[in-house]
Design a protein around this ligand. Structure first.
Ligand code: PMP
Length: 381
């Protein structure tokens, strides 16, 4: 019998769209993927070279449970350079992606029945990490005109003696919106609870810069990793930065459930943080060109972009003037014009009527995909 808790895990709806797209591709159709949330770039060569060197150098054994000290030190240096915050290697857990790091953070702070506040809409996995650790999900509604950012007074209404954490994500998946300093500061005021700040899209920012929650409070868990900024999704490398008092428990959790992240991949991670700046700058400039193009085209077609996305690689477009059932439409779009898009409902009820478009694809494919979409949308205009 399948456990009730396991049954309650929700699936990624975008996977259903991708399965449909793949079925069409097997039949010989040319599908353009604007649904996928991963960089289309190859991992920079300085990084793959570091991994190859590490393998040749026998870096193929377990490492410290919290991660290689050299990598954790490099992460400390990176957070100091980027944000001017002082952290020490004892505050960092390196794991096989940000995903397990987030699960372990939840295990470290939640007892059965403890509550975590998340926004609606938000990245669809958050609720499942909370549930896996025995926690309860408390949703706070957010509004398109405000870039789907929390209203602090709405968070206050949801606080209870069981509230342990508030999840934030900037730049955001699905909206691409970057939180301002003031917005982060107002989140940091909830310092009786922990702020869990998913900073995985940091660095992929096209105006100003993103600020870390650690600039405003120490009572935070930061989730970050290598998948997006360094085009390393398949390497599986990410980390969590936590308040010092969690060092021993995080080490114990990781010893038991993971032992350690891969050694040679961690050496590659050091190269990413210290040697890949030029590669990252190139990718950021290409993403930005695609972002501008996509925004112009979507607006011309009549989609509403309430707050301009200046980070990550997504546009969350309001399609309510055309239709409301985003799930049904995403399937129709892929079937009729062979373009994969992510239905807004994937991110919670607050995303209904929206579509998420990813610009982690070549400009040529984006142009062709949007031409096809324009033909599709034509029937509603
Ligand atoms: N957080 C967000 C907001 C994401 O979009 C993703 C990847 N889709 C992750 C976390 C997980 O990333 P990874 O496990 O590859 O580090």
């Amino acid at each position: 019998m399948i456990a009730k808790r396991a049954e309650a895990f929700t699936s990624f709806i975008v996977m259903d769209v991708m399965a449909k797209a793949e079925e069409l591709q097997r039949k010989g159709e040319h599908v353009i993927h604007l649904e996928v949330g991963e960089p289309d770039f190859s991992t920079p060569q300085v990084i793959t070279q570091a991994a190859t060197d590490a393998l040749a150098d026998d870096k193929t054994h377990y490492t410290h449970a919290l991660g290689l000290l050299e990598l954790r030190q490099a992460i400390c240096n990176f957070y100091f350079q980027e944000y001017g915050v002082n952290i020490v290697p004892e505050q960092i857990l390196v794991s096989t992606g940000t995903s397990p790091a987030l699960l372990f953070a939840m295990l470290a702070i939640l007892d059965s029945g403890d509550e975590v506040i998340i926004a609606n809409p938000r990245y669809p996995c958050y609720q499942n990490f909370i549930r896996a650790a025995g926690g309860k999900v408390k949703e706070v509604k957010t509004y398109p005109e405000e870039g789907f950012q929390y209203r602090p007074k709405d968070i206050k209404k949801k606080l209870s003696p069981r509230t342990r954490a508030i999840m934030i994500n900037s730049p955001s998946n699905p909206t691409g919106v970057v939180m301002s300093k003031d917005q982060l500061r107002s989140m940091a005021e909830f310092d009786k609870q922990y702020i869990i700040s998913d900073e995985i899209y940091h660095g992929l920012v096209y105006q100003d810069r993103a600020h870390s929650i650690l600039e405003f409070t120490d009572k935070a868990f930061v989730i970050n990793g290598f998948s997006k900024l360094f085009a390393m999704t398949g390497w599986r490398l990410g980390y969590c930065i936590f308040p010092r008092e969690f060092s021993k428990v995080m080490q114990r959790i990781h010893q038991n459930f993971m032992i350690s992240a891969s050694a040679f991949v961690q050496w590659a991670g050091i190269a990413a943080l210290t040697k890949a700046q030029a590669d990252v700058a190139k990718m950021v400039s290409i993403y930005n060109e695609r972002r501008r193009y996509m925004l112009t085209r979507l607006k011309d077609m009549g989609f509403v972009i309430h707050v301009e996305p200046t980070g990550a690689f997504y546009v969350f477009a309001d399609a309510r003037r055309f239709f409301t059932d985003s799930y049904k439409e995403a399937f129709r779009i892929v079937e009729e014009v062979k373009v994969g898009v992510t239905p807004g409902i994937d991110f919670g009820s607050g995303g209904e009527g929206f579509l998420r478009f990813s610009y982690a694809n070549s400009l040529e494919n984006i142009k062709e995909g949007l031409n096809r979409l324009e033909r599709y949308i034509g029937k509603y205009r």
